[in-house]
Design a protein around this ligand. Structure first.
Ligand SMILES: C[S@@+](CC[C@H](N)C(=O)[O-])C[C@H]1O[C@@H](n2cnc3c(N)ncnc32)[C@H](O)[C@@H]1O
Length: 196
């Protein structure tokens, strides 16, 4: 079995070469950058996030960063992916990393998963999937994020126009403290008020 660090490096090289050779969006890995993974791990640790939700697994690169950090706290990650081929690739990668015990994989539409989740179920939510749907998902995202929870949204610089209303709405929400971290493709980070 490779170490997690070795697997992460392998997946980075695979993502770059694979995506360069495939123009159709649905067949690309579209992984976060390494510095985004490092940021996610720091946020999980800083928040003490034992209950993490990821929307948009792809082949599991970002999940590995989240899961390793959550495991160190005795927690775990639920990750949602609607594409069977990506779900299968991620499952193989989680097994190689021996992290399958702390990762719950759902092959599902994220909107349905959010609807079924309990109030305040997650300490940290990482959003990296169907940007056009984020605004529609917002009431459920807000509901399932625990008090003091952290929402991280990828592509907040690279694809700001796709989710401007969503991001600006959170910025103007008095219950949230937010910033744009110029890491990777732009990481929007919002912390929900309240004690944890
Ligand atoms: C940008 S990729 C995720 C990359 C991954 N977070 C990483 O960094 O390794 C987005 C993924 O979201 C999935 N997706 C898109 N819409 C979805 C939805 N409504 N529900 C669940 N997954 C969805 C896509 O199939 C795709 O694999």
């Amino acid at each position: 079995m490779p170490s997690i660090d070795t697997l992460l490096s392998e997946l980075e090289a695979f993502g770059v070469s694979h995506d360069a050779a495939h123009t159709e969006r649905s067949s690309r890995m579209l992984n976060i950058t390494r510095d985004t993974g490092e940021l996610l791990a720091v946020l999980v640790q800083a928040r003490g996030a034992r209950r993490v939700l990821e929307i948009g697994t792809s082949n599991g690169y970002s999940t590995l960063w989240l899961a390793r950090a959550a495991r160190a706290l005795g927690g775990g990650v639920v990750t949602v992916e609607k594409a069977q081929d990506k779900f299968d690739m991620a499952r193989a990668n989680f097994a190689r990393a021996q992290l399958q015990g702390v990762i719950g994989q759902l092959l599902a539409d994220a909107g349905e998963v959010l609807r079924d989740a309990l109030d305040g179920a997650y300490d940290l939510i990482f959003l990296d999937s169907a940007r056009q749907q984020y605004q529609q998902w917002w009431p459920q995202l807000d509901r399932v994020l625990a008090a003091g929870g952290v929402l991280v949204v990828d592509n907040a610089s690279s694809h700001y126009a796709d989710m401007a209303a969503f991001l600006d709405g959170i910025r103007c929400d008095d219950r949230y403290t937010s910033c744009l971290a110029t890491v990777g493709k732009g990481e929007f980070i919002a912390v929900k008020s309240g004690a944890w």
